[in-house]
Design a protein around this ligand. Sequence first.
Ligand code: MN
Length: 244
Amino acid sequence: MNKRTFFKSAAMAGAGLFTIRSLAYGENGSSIISPLMPGPLTNSKGEYILPPLDYPYNALEPHIDEQTMRLHHDKHHAGYVKGLNKATQAVKTAIEQNDYALIKYWERELAFHGSGHVLHSVYWKNMTPKTTRPSDTLKKYINRDFGSLNNFISYFSAASKKVEGSGWGILAYQTGTDKLVVLQAEKHQNLSQWISVPILVCDVWEHAYYLKYQNKRADYIRNFMDVVNWDDVGNRLDHLLSLK
Ligand code: MN
């Protein structure tokens, strides 16, 4: 598998910088679900939809019980999908009316429900009642980045166990570095959606503007927008579109 093919099969994600790959895929890539693609995450109109499970609710017994699966998929995940569609509509209205009074609230909703939808969609696919093994490519990356499959399992399990409060243990692929990394996501929103790759970023930490603009962040943002390199932004989008 060359790098291009590998990228192509990678599902994009990220609190900006990371991509998630499903662990459960065949060597021919036939069962890969890429959140980059429409399909299970959205319908043809771009509305978010609840993807059905690939197996019966009781298929993972006794490891994961049927009642948990029903509640988790039909209530919790469905709630994220509903909330994400609602937040998406609210943002659309805000743009149309040029009214951003509640934008902080809706951005939080977008991140919370968006990450919930994306991560659960990967989670269901990451599990199967069948016996499976890591592909050669996955094994190669795991061995290179973590030493061995056993090391990875210990590390991933420990990181997942020690997530403070609610959240996720995540194995992610980074497009910029060609590395696998394990990350903890506390809760899961933190104002990001675990599927997004940044193509335009504005640093609003004070160190980026305080010397010149002091507390006037809006002035800094206005000036930043005047120096945006749209060629670079466009190139980044082109690159991502080439991976679809
Ligand atoms: Mn959940």
